[in-house]
Design a binder for this molecule. Structure first.
Ligand code: ZN
Length: 70
């Protein structure tokens, strides 16, 4: 059962709207919106990108310093 990304309330599938609606705050989510919102909640892309950038910087530092030594 999906939960509301805003308040954590229970989402109920509304067959008329063809959307999930929150039982607590009344927000509605399409399936696409919900899966996108859940992706944003559970994967921290910024953090992963920052790690990659840091690795690239480290590698570049190592590469330039090893070049200088030769
Ligand atoms: Zn809600």
């Amino acid at each position: 059962m999906p939960y509301c990304t805003e308040c954590g309330g229970t989402l109920k599938w509304d067959t008329k709207l063809r959307q999930y609606s929150c039982q607590s705050c009344g927000l509605t989510f399409t399936e696409a919106q919900l899966s996108k919102a859940l992706d944003t909640l559970y994967t921290n892309d910024d953090d992963e990108d920052e790690k990659k950038r840091q690795r690239n910087r480290d590698y570049l530092d190592w590469w330039t310093s090893s070049k200088k030594k030769k």
